[in-house]
Design a protein around this ligand. Structure first.
Ligand SMILES: Cc1cc2nc3c(=O)[nH]c(=O)nc-3n(C[C@H](O)[C@H](O)[C@H](O)COP(=O)(O)OP(=O)(O)OC[C@H]3O[C@@H](n4cnc5c(N)ncnc54)[C@H](O)[C@@H]3O)c2cc1C
Length: 390
């Protein structure tokens, strides 16, 4: 248990404790070094894989442990709360759901056990494109059927971990937008084996970004993939991707809760320890209140994550709760990050405190995988029934 921010009473104490022990092997110096060189935490991801944490959502019959979303959320939350970074591998937890729900029996048997064992890495999720952005149905990457193959042309951007994944879940247009009744029709999902594709129509270029996220541009130039790479039915891919989004939002929200806990623990410890004007800075309410406010925001968001997971595990579609959880948790982690930098004064900017690194890392979650505005638009239009804005 974190000695400053207590765990919720959710029956997952054991799993949190085990994840904590694993994370203790990957201290701040490990992440700082990787951050400086924009390296990938291979050993960390391997340790999580070997311990079975990345396959908790894969059913037992396919080699996973078949646990619920709340267990996955507790794992990612703990990883973040311990100062590690689950962004290196979190996607595997939620994108494999697309294979599970929409793949054929053959595809499930071929991929899921190997993903569970770590033999195959499914970390790359190719949706976003440079020209269409959040307007996913306007994406331009095409997959054209030619006999037993699909030929893929186009470009993705921000495809995280593309260099550290064997498989990519790809969304591409199979029927032109002007030939479908709804613009969300005519898109299809593929499971692309990148090991065979690299250099044969697939090229990857890393993007150096604000934090170490291993994001890339991915180029498709006449890439041929076997027709059996198609997941589910042709033309229904957008729905398949949407199906996975509630799990994705809840897991990212759990990571933000973990970040907020890390920042709060750091803030409290430092505020008690640092003496200026002859007393601990934490004795000043001007220092206490931003920390306390962010803590309250985090606890409220945490309840929304729990509620979203509960509904998800009960077989419901918690679009409202997952979106609210993601927005509230990302705002809470940002508030806690801001308070943490302010509490640390100049030392908040020194790399060796890890505060500035985590500050950069947690900022992402108000933009990706979905920006706050788009969540507000979802709530306005789909929950509150206000007129559509786009
Ligand atoms: C580090 C990083 C990792 C990522 N990893 C992946 C990945 O692995 N796979 C993947 O597919 N994508 C990934 N993304 C992409 C990410 O999902 C998008 O950046 C995000 O969805 C926003 O899209 P955009 O950047 O195109 O912004 P845009 O769509 O161009 O939007 C820019 C701004 O305008 C606002 N906006 C746009 N339209 C509206 C509107 N109608 N109303 C109000 N506001 C609006 C948005 O909220 C946003 O703030 C990643 C991004 C980053 C930065």
């Amino acid at each position: 248990m974190n000695d400053i921010v207590a765990d919720p009473d959710d029956g997952l104490a054991e799993i949190r404790e085990e994840v904590r022990k694993l994370c203790a092997r990957f201290p701040g110096e490990y992440w700082r070094k990787l951050d400086a060189e924009r390296g990938y935490p291979t050993e960390f991801v391997q340790a999580l894989t070997e311990a079975g944490y990345l396959s908790v959502l894969i059913p037992e019959e396919y080699g996973g442990s078949g646990l619920g979303l709340s267990a996955a959320a507790a794992i990612l939350e703990t990883v973040q709360a311990e100062g590690c970074n689950g962004a290196a591998c979190h996607a595997q937890m939620y994108i494999m759901g697309t294979i599970l729900r929409h793949g054929s029996d053959e595809q499930k048997r071929r991929y899921l056990p190997k993903i569970a064992s770590g033999e195959l890495r499914l970390q790359a999720f190719g949706v976003t494109e440079p020209t269409s952005g959040t307007d996913t149905p306007s994406l331009r990457t095409t997959a054209r059927r030619e006999g037993d193959t699909y030929v893929i042309n186009g470009q993705k951007i921000w495809t995280s971990r593309a260099e550290h994944s064997d498989l990519m879940l790809l969304l591409a247009r199979t029927t032109p937008k002007n030939q479908v009744a709804k613009k969300t029709d005519g898109l299809s999902t593929f499971i692309v084996d990148m090991r065979e594709a690299l250099g044969n129509g697939l090229a990857i270029r890393p993007i150096r970004s604000m934090m170490n996220h291993n994001s890339c541009e991915v180029f498709f130039d006449g890439l041929k993939v076997p027709a059996e790479s198609l997941l589910g039915q042709e033309g229904r891919g957008f729905r398949y991707i949407l199906d996975g989004m509630n799990a994705e939002r809840l897991l990212i929200a759990a990571e933000c809760i973990g970040d907020a806990k890390w920042f709060t623990s750091k803030s409290v410890a430092y505020a008690k320890d640092r003496v200026v004007f002859g007393r601990p800075i934490g004795q000043n309410q001007g220092v206490q209140f931003p920390i306390a406010r962010a803590y309250a925001q985090m606890r409220a968001a945490e309840l929304m994550v729990q509620e979203g997971c509960r509904l998800f595990e009960a077989g419901k579609t918690p679009g409202e709760q997952a979106n609210m959880a993601k927005m509230l948790a990302a705002e809470a982690s940002w508030a806690a990050a801001e308070a943490c930098v302010q509490t640390h004064g100049g030392f908040g900017f020194a790399e060796e405190y890890d505060v500035e690194r985590k500050f950069r890392e947690t900022r992402l979650y108000q933009v990706a995988p979905i920006s706050t505005n788009l969540i507000l638009a979802y709530l306005s239009e789909h929950v509150l029934g206000l007129p559509r804005s786009y």
